[in-house]
Design a protein around this ligand. Sequence first.
Ligand code: ZN
Length: 463
Amino acid sequence: MQKSLKRKRDDNDELRPGGLYLDTIRRTYLDFDFEKVCSISLSNLNVYACLVCGKYYQGRGTTSHAYIHSLHEDHHVFINLHTLKAYILPDGYEVNDSSLDDIKYVIKPTFTKEQIKLLDKNNNYCYDLNNKKYLPGFIGLNNIKKNDYINVIIQALIHITPLRDFFLRNDKESKSELVNRFGMLIRKMWNSRAFKAQVSPHELLQEISNASKKKFLLTEQNDPVDFLYWFLNTLHFALGGTRKKKSIIQETFQGKLQIESQTILAEPEEGKEKFQKTDFESDREVTKVVSPFMVLVLDLPPPPLFQDEMEQNIIPQVSLSSLLCRYDGKTIQEIGNTLKRYKLLKLPNYLIFNAKRFNKNNWSQEKNPTIINFPIKNVDMKEYLDTDPNDKEEYKYDLVANICHEGKDSPKNGSYKVQVYCKGKDQWFQIQDLFVEEIMPQMIFLSETYIQIWERKFSEESK
Ligand SMILES: [Zn+2]
């Protein structure tokens, strides 16, 4: 056995090292989305993929799992998943053949500055090994069990241009495994030379579970808003940000908010009607706090409690601008026994809204089904911003991602889908796990939106 293999190799060496063996590679069996651990020892050190059957094995020495696999199965081409060096086993020599480049690229996609610049202009579909058509950046993510609440956040974030570009540019290994795995997933999702038109987020999900101390699992539905707060915060610190030093996360999403508050002194006597307070009491102290924010909460008006039969099928609606009034620096809100007034001091380039759809009381959780009406382009935020009257700057925003909840009562029930905008095609896509479809913009308004991300418009010159 050994002998015949040796002879084969020698014959081939003259033409092309490993040549015959390279023809045994089966690309459709290859999947590099799973945790890089040996299928036998479960070790993550020195792991090779067998390019014939796709399985992972440790080592290539004469007692290693990869070596034994090559003898048992007659599979001979292996690639080190870390160094991307390919070897013929059991002989043990390295092959450096350009026909392996596509495989190396699928394991670790990389992007040049020029390629990154063109991503938002691309409207060309690509084809995977099964001839399935896909648009890079608009591809499905597996729902392994109950991780759709994470999938929608990933899908939204990979379309935030500065954040995406940061991770595409910085492909060197970081000390943080969360950063490494999120970056790798972004590069795979934007890969135009993918073997299959879907990506499994498995490796990132494992690390999210580790890093969150099992708070965010792939086996248990959770609230994407809670996950988003945790993810952005954890990434900020993992990328070297501190309380004072900004990271790409804060540069992209962080704004500043002023909160004024005053305690309400006396409650009206029982039986007397409570009147709506419209301003602070001028003779008492008002506390002023300036606070950074990454998510702006939008309070939905309570849905009508009792509806007659005729109205039962009418879904309550509200306009985005009436929800944003909360931040106009004039409107006073009564929260518990405090009056509050909010004003935006600084707007980020990417604004995240969270429509507060779920209300918890002592007994149960309820979902507010109110539909929000909004224009998808040119939402003017200037009136909510504390600016100099001479400030000529425009603060207009376009919607880029919209996450919706389907189901009842609790954010931990039901399912999530996301709608994302493709600039290159001027087209909206709806993505629910593996299912990707083009949709008309009108479809966006029919959904129970839960999280939105808006992008500030800049004129071409100021870019
Ligand atoms: Zn094999």
